[in-house]
Design a protein around this ligand. Structure first.
Ligand code: FAD
Length: 240
């Protein structure tokens, strides 16, 4: 695996307790939308055992000049170190890795099912699909507990406006309808929800990313409505 040095350019809050980190894109670093990297913070010898290496999906388009990763900030060793990392610090990046990428056959729609910060690889794929005017019909179901937790909402609405083949369906799982004016969907992602926005459920390729429990429950639900295992792709964000 190729390793690179990359400096931290900026850090932005993108939802409550959720940050995006922008890193310099190393020269010659190329990736496919949906892939991930291993990020090692300085102070460790690139050894995962000391807690300073973590896996992150790249959240922006391969056409962008920099690399963005995004995460829920928690009290782990890694995230405490990350939260105080001075701008300009050199970190180590390994990758890109993974095959959680949009399929080639544009006749088959894509259904993206994101739980929380599992939005990261989808944001990359949607940005790229929109910029490149890819012809896949795409529906994104994006579940968060509360509106405050939902990162990149403006960016996703903007992508929906820019891409006539993309439909965005945000969902709040712990919020009642009309709470703070919420008019969107509530509850967990269900087959009924999919039916209203996807129509015929057999046909699309399904992509699921989020915490392991969400991925397992969503995969089970798809199995119950007869979706073929071959048409389901998953990325588990271990540690949530
Ligand atoms: C392919 C992939 C892409 C990911 N992309 C993102 C992303 O874009 N944003 C994001 O926030 N997170 C992502 N993750 C998860 C991320 O790597 C961290 O595990 C997560 O952010 C939790 O880190 P933490 O420092 O809060 O907790 P930690 O202290 O690291 O871990 C919390 C708990 O999870 C366990 N754990 C941690 N890592 C793993 C692992 N790999 N396998 C099994 N158990 C583990 C620990 O043992 C501990 O019990 C991704 C994971 C994978 C595998």
């Amino acid at each position: 695996m190729i390793g690179y040095q990359s400096s931290l350019l900026s850090r932005t809050e993108v939802a409550e307790g959720t940050m995006a980190f922008q890193f310099e894109k190393p020269k010659d670093f190329a990736f496919n939308a949906g892939q991930y990297i291993e990020l090692t913070l300085p102070g460790s010898q690139a050894a995962p055992s000391d807690g300073l290496t973590h896996t992150f999906s790249i959240a922006n388009s391969p056409l962008d000049e920099e690399l963005i990763v995004t995460t829920r900030m928690r009290k782990s060793v890694f995230k405490q170190a990350m939260s105080v990392l001075p701008i300009g610090t050199q970190a180590r990046i390994e990758g890109p890795m993974g095959s959680f990428n949009l399929h080639n056959n544009t006749a088959r729609p894509a259904v993206f099912l994101a739980g929380g910060i599992g939005i990261a690889p989808f944001l990359s794929m949607l940005s790229y699909a929109t910029e490149e005017k890819l012809r896949h019909p795409i529906v994104l179901f994006y579940a968060n507990r509360y509106l405050e937790d939902a990162a990149f909402m403006d960016a996703l609405w903007n992508l929906e406006r820019a891409n006539p083949r993309f439909r965005f369906v945000p969902i709040l799982t712990r919020t009642d309808k009309n709470y703070r004016g919420w008019k969107g969907k509530t509850g967990h992602i269900s087959s009924e929800m999919l039916l209203t926005r996807v129509g015929i459920l057999r046909g699309p390729i399904y992509y699921i990313a989020g915490p392991p429990t969400m991925v397992a429950a969503t995969r089970r639900m798809l199995g119950e409505v007869g979706i073929d295992e071959d048409d389901i792709r998953t990325e588990e964000f271990a540690g949530y």
